[in-house]
Every structure is written in C-alpha cells, then in structure tokens.
Design a protein around this ligand. Structure first.
Ligand code: IMP
Ligand code: MG
Length: 177
C-alpha cells in the first residue's frame, strides 16, 4: 500500500462554511422553542460539530458516542459502543451528527440503539452523503453535500488512517489502492 496523499479539493473551506451555516439555519427553524440533545459521532464529526454549534441559536446539550468498526462476528443491526451516551435522552429531541454516510449502516444502527433510550425524536445530520448505489438507502434528515465520487475523502475532521483531520477543506485521497 502506498502512502496516502491528498488529491483534488472537493469542497473548499468557504463552501463548507456556507453549507454548515445553511444546515444550522435549518436546525434552528426546525427545533425553534425546543432544546435538543446533539449526539456527535467521534472522531470524524468533531470539526463539523464545532462549526455547527457556533451557528445554533437554540439551547442545546452536546454528547458524544464512539463506535467500534463492525466486522466479522457482528450481526446486522448490532453496534458496539466504545463510548456510549452519558446524557439522559428520554423525552428529548436527539440530533445525531456524523461526518459522512456511505452505506448508511452505521447511522441506521446508531439510530436504532438510541431509540432504546426513548427519545421523543431522532433527527440525523451528516456533512457528506455518498450518492446511493447500494442496497441500504441512507435515511438522512439533513445533509451538507451529496458526494458524487466513490473515492475516499478526507479533511475537515474526516480522516484517512487518522491523517488529514486538521485540513480545513475536503479532498480526494490518493495512493490508498
Ligand atoms: P457507512 O456505515 O457505510 O455509512 O459508513 C460510514 C462511516 O464510514 C463514516 O462514519 C466514516 O467514518 C467512514 N467513511 C466512509 N467513507 C469515508 C471516506 O471517504 N473517508 C473517511 N471515512 C469514511
Ligand atoms: Mg465515522
């Protein structure tokens, strides 16, 4: 395997900033008069969350989950938390924030796991969604950009083998093949 490097820029710092402000405006109007609990998925969603938070005019609470990458031995629908939610979610409006949705499996499992806490609602938000091509139609309520490439992407919190999170734009990763 070659050393991964960043290729062409897909979304500039300015384009991301404008879109994040737009998503925040949608959240502000959708949850007007309410106080949702934001549950962000570590680690990739942290940059997106930080920028999103600064545009919110609602009194929100913030929590984080970290989930193990699933693989052999994990049944469909199962999820393993390395770090579970800490705030009580019962009777709350939950906004689940992730960086990128590919097949939608991660978010679907997470949503299912959070339902066990009996929230009033679960709304899903992701900065990127890969154009649906596989069996699972990703159910997402709010999305930043529809990613039209199969290529791996990184930057703005999103990593490739823990690298490139610090970059302020989103790029195609090259050299991983
Ligand atoms: P899904 O369960 O197939 O929707 O996969 C979603 C997860 O895979 C995301 O939370 C990311 O952590 C990771 N992922 C998918 N595509 C990419 C990518 O292009 N770059 C970085 N991470 C990715
Ligand atoms: Mg992730």
């Amino acid at each position: 395997m070659n050393e991964p490097r960043l290729g062409p820029m897909l979304y500039s710092r300015d384009a991301i900033a404008a879109r994040v402000a737009g998503i925040a405006a949608q959240i502000n109007s959708r949850f007007a008069g309410r106080s949702p609990v934001i549950v962000a998925v570590l680690k990739g969603a942290t940059t997106f969350l930080a920028d999103l938070l600064r545009h919110l005019t609602l009194p929100v609470m913030v929590d984080y989950v970290r989930i193990a990458s699933y693989g052999a031995g994990t049944k469909p629908g199962e999820i393993r938390f390395i770090k579970d939610v800490e705030l009580p979610l019962q009777g709350r409006d939950v906004i689940l924030v992730d960086d990128i949705v590919d097949t939608g499996a991660t978010l679907a499992r997470l949503r299912q796991a959070l339902q066990a806490h009996h929230p009033t609602s679960v709304t899903t938000v992701a900065l990127l969604r890969r154009a649906p091509k596989r069996s699972l139609p990703p159910t997402l309520d709010l999305v930043g950009f529809e990613l039209e490439t199969d290529a791996f992407v990184a930057g703005y919190g999103i990593d490739c083998a823990e690298r490139f999170r610090e970059r302020d734009a989103i790029y195609v990763v090259e050299g991983t093949g």
